[in-house]
Write a protein that binds this ligand. Structure first.
Ligand SMILES: NC(=O)c1ccc[n+]([C@@H]2O[C@H](COP(=O)([O-])OP(=O)(O)OC[C@H]3O[C@@H](n4cnc5c(N)ncnc54)[C@H](OP(=O)(O)O)[C@@H]3O)[C@@H](O)[C@H]2O)c1
Length: 267
């Protein structure tokens, strides 16, 4: 762990109340970075505050709400957190046949995973560009490596995150601002249950496979922050996920999509 002065004056971590985001908050606090952790549920944030350690502020906000991004940035200012690092980690998934998923839930997912993330990148990215320093770390997924039947819109939202991040990295690099994208594979968090994986017989096979290959959020967060501090634009934590990253370069996209679409169906 680094002992020199923290690289960032402050960080904003969305999805900071649980799972990968919470582990990222701990990593950053341990490196001496003051953090604003945002999440949907205040109870998660209360328990995060109780863990203590480092300078931590929290804010509960539904990022799918109109005006939520501006409200959150105002909360950072009020708490004296100077956002030099933006970590977009808040995200949800929805498992199932696209035509059967509730449309309002789909819209909420896309608003959170794509629209809110894009808004935060635009507003904070603009401030960092003017300042000539700082970084953005966007959490995509290995789901962005190919289309994913039964997680179609989720995977599509993560393709958006990956493509936006890589293009933004080029746009902001001349101004001294780093943009990195993290591609976790299956990770042991509330995400899988929240997405409906394991809720149905069809999903149970996927759930069992996911459980076998899942990483711990702390491992994912450690790899993410190390990669960020090394200046890497694409961070793929874990050997299995790196093998997946390699496979998608050699296996035709349609075939990979079909293989993943069939995973767990015969379990
Ligand atoms: N777990 C995996 O297998 C996996 C794999 C690849 C990528 N990812 C990505 O990793 C990121 C973090 O997920 P996770 O696995 O750590 O799951 P998680 O523990 O469920 O964390 C999701 C976070 O998003 C927040 N959130 C949900 N809806 C929100 C909303 N409307 N407004 C604001 N915040 C909201 C949650 O807040 P509350 O805690 O208050 O509900 C929580 O902090 C997501 O972007 C996910 O797509 C996860």
């Amino acid at each position: 762990m680094a002992t020199e002065s923290p690289r960032y004056a402050g960080a904003l971590v969305t999805g900071g109340g649980s799972g990968i985001g919470r582990a990222l908050v701990s990593e950053l606090l341990a490196r001496g970075v003051p953090v604003m952790a945002a999440a949907l549920d205040d109870a998660e944030l209360v328990s995060l505050r109780a863990e203590g350690g480092g300078r931590l502020a929290t804010y509960a906000v539904d990022l799918t709400r109109e005006g939520a991004v501006d409200e959150l940035l105002a909360a950072c200012e009020a708490a004296g957190i100077e956002v030099e690092l933006l970590v977009n980690c808040a995200g949800v998934g929805l498992f199932g046949e696209h035509v059967e998923i509730d449309r309002a839930a789909l819209r909420r997912m896309i608003t959170l995973n794509a629209t809110a993330l894009s808004d935060l990148c635009a507003v904070v990215g603009g401030k960092l560009r003017a300042r000539g320093r700082g970084a953005i770390l966007n959490v995509a997924s290995t789901a962005s490596f190919q289309p994913l039947p039964r997680l179609a819109a989720y995977a599509a939202s993560k393709h958006f995150v990956a493509a936006l991040s890589e293009a933004l990295a080029e746009e902001l690099a001349p101004y001294g601002v780093q943009v990195s994208v993290l591609h976790p594979g299956t990770t042991r968090t509330a995400f899988l249950a929240g997405a409906g994986i394991a809720a149905t017989a069809d999903a149970r096979g996927i759930g069992r496979i996911a459980d076998r290959v899942a990483m711990d959020p702390s491992e994912v967060a450690a790899a993410a922050v190390e990669g960020l501090y090394r200046g890497e634009r694409r961070i793929v934590p874990g050997l299995g996920n790196r093998a997946h990253d390699l496979a998608r370069r050699v296996v035709p996209r349609a075939l990979l999509s079909r293989i993943f679409g069939r995973l767990g169906r015969s379990e």
